[in-house]
Ligand binder design. Structure first.
Ligand code: FES
Length: 126
């Protein structure tokens, strides 16, 4: 589901926080896929309570599967491993820990009134 809650000016770019789902609907250490402003986003609630949003498309296989990846960690880095070829991505930065040349897009998230919201670029940027 998508809905644009508010529009803000930020660096001249129209942006908006999109409410995606109730925080309680996210199972700790499991992913969920959502469409945010036309993009497939993989949402994760990690065991520490943080919510991360990265691109759902696995850049190595081209498949939209990262929401079904395995959540884990390397040292202090929270990660998701692609279910396809198992590359691990930093959930905070999108950086691939197995190939420095590759990164997932990352969206900012927040929890407001019990809802997970994702900051989406406005249509003006497309
Ligand atoms: S429950 Fe539908 S997107 Fe989260």
């Amino acid at each position: 589901m998508t809905a644009v809650a508010e529009r803000l000016e930020q660096d001249g770019t129209e942006v908006g926080w999109v409410p995606v789902c109730p925080y309680d609907a996210l199972v700790p250490d499991r992913g969920a896929a959502a469409i945010v402003d036309g993009d497939q986003v993989a949402l994760f609630r990690t065991a520490d309570g943080a919510v991360h949003a990265v691109g759902n498309r696995d850049p190595f296989s081209g498949a939209n599967v990262l929401a079904r990846g395995i959540v884990g960690g390397r040292g202090d880095v929270p990660t998701v491993a692609s279910p396809m070829y198992k590359q691990a991505f930093d959930l905070r930065t999108g950086r691939c820990l197995d190939d420095a040349a590759v990164a997932l897009p990352v969206w900012r998230t927040r929890v407001r009134d019990g809802l997970v919201e994702v900051l989406a670029p406005g249509r003006g940027r497309r």
